[in-house]
Design a protein around this ligand. Structure first.
Ligand code: PEP
Ligand code: MN
Length: 364
């Protein structure tokens, strides 16, 4: 099957052969001295592990009157700070004017922010302004959990000839209150990887967690899933940062995080791993059973739907639902499953079951 993407591998354009590919630097460029000092400290502490320096120049803020970035004036500061330590630099661009200014300042890599990826018009304008330009572009996932929108943005850039492309997974906005600023919803980048393994995936634990305590855990999870790199915000004095103060780490802490990460082998090739293959085969068989059982359950729901219709009963019966949940939680607990998982699982099963019942009731 030929892919719709034509992508130059990350190792090829970055020259970085070993995982993880590390992008770091402050959320925002605040001043010349701040960038130089932060970059110097990053190199002193973790120089051999860093590959690309980030710095926001134009900041997309939820509310007006927050710090909106220093603007164009900061581009040469960032570029020279990178030059001083021999590293490429990257900035977020949200429109063709940003692209033009960034190219003029010889910024090495561009990234598209989550609030821009949601808008096909904005992405298309950026793509059009990049026609004929050979520059790597990293695309953050859209704010909302929509893989197609994410892929669409990458596709628009690829269509104008940008081949050095990567995806940045920074978590997704959710209405529910969670411990994360942007819950990771790992299933989405995993599906991206399954469908297009050629697209490199860089995990951004800073914007996912929204808190510096969560960065190590999320970065390790990203590595455990075999993703390619990390984008972590680092500032010389995080508490005093003009944006995202809670989630930035000092260069010292960044080095600790990077040193502590365990990066596992991405591909398994040797035959010593036969036991792993056997276990995977068992998992696949169990997944098949789960699907077969769920289909059977939905068939029964349809029969229940017919009976409810004849007897003029409502589809949703709250006592029955409460009973199903109670039973599942009790049984699941003894099997070592968490309440959160069971609740989500049964909510999904229940929704699907209601869909089947409604279909029957509408039809007959
Ligand atoms: C950022 O990287 O500083 C940023 C604004 O990120 P996001 O687009 O993921 O919110
Ligand atoms: Mn930020």
């Amino acid at each position: 099957m030929s892919s719709k993407f034509n992508i130059t591998p990350l190792e090829q354009w970055s020259g970085v052969k070993t995982k993880p590919y590390i992008v770091t630097g402050p959320c925002s460029v605040e001043g010349e001295e701040q960038v130089f000092d932060t970059v110097r400290q990053l190199i002193e502490n973790a120089g051999d592990k860093i590959h690309l320096i980030r710095g926001g120049i134009w900041k997309p803020r939820t509310r007006p009157n927050s710090f909106e970035g220093v603007g164009e004036i900061g581009l040469p500061w960032l570029k020279s700070a990178g030059k001083e330590v021999g590293l490429p630099v990257t900035v977020e661009v949200a429109n063709p004017e940003h692209v033009e200014a960034a190219l003029k300042a010889e910024i090495d890599v561009l990234w598209i922010g989550a609030r821009t990826t949601v808008s096909p018009f904005a992405v298309q304008e950026i793509a059009d302004s990049l026609k004929g330009v050979d520059i790597p572009v990293l695309v953050k996932n859209p704010v909302n959990p929509d893989l197609e929108l994410w892929l669409g943005a990458i596709e628009r850039l690829n269509a104008v000839g940008i081949k050095k492309l990567g995806a940045i997974h920074r978590g997704f906005s959710s209405y529910e209150k969670t411990v994360y600023r942007n819950p990771p919803m790992w299933e989405i980048p995993i599906e991206l990887r399954r469908r297009y393994p050629e697209i490199p995936i860089i995990v951004d634990p800073s914007h996912m967690g929204g808190s510096r305590d969560m960065i190590y855990m999320l970065a390790q999870q990203g590595m455990d899933m075999g993703f390619d790199g990390l984008m972590i915000e680092s500032h010389r004095n995080p508490d005093k940062a003009w944006s995202d103060a809670k989630q930035q780490v000092t260069p010292q802490r960044l080095a600790e995080i990077l040193n502590a990460l365990i990066v596992r082998q991405p591909k398994i090739t040797t035959d010593e791993l036969q036991p792993l293959r056997d276990l995977r085969a068992r998992v696949d068989r169990i997944d098949d059973y789960i699907i077969e059982l769920l289909s059977e359950r939905m068939g029964i729901s349809e029969q229940i739907g017919s009976l409810k219709k004849v007897n003029h009963l409502a589809i949703h019966q709250s006592e029955r639902w409460a009973y199903i949940v109670k039973r599942a939680l009790e049984k699941g607990r003894t099997g070592g499953l968490t309440e959160e998982f069971l609740l989500k699982l049964f909510q999904q099963i229940h929704n699907e079951s209601i869909r089947h019942q409604s279909n029957v009731m509408e039809k007959e």
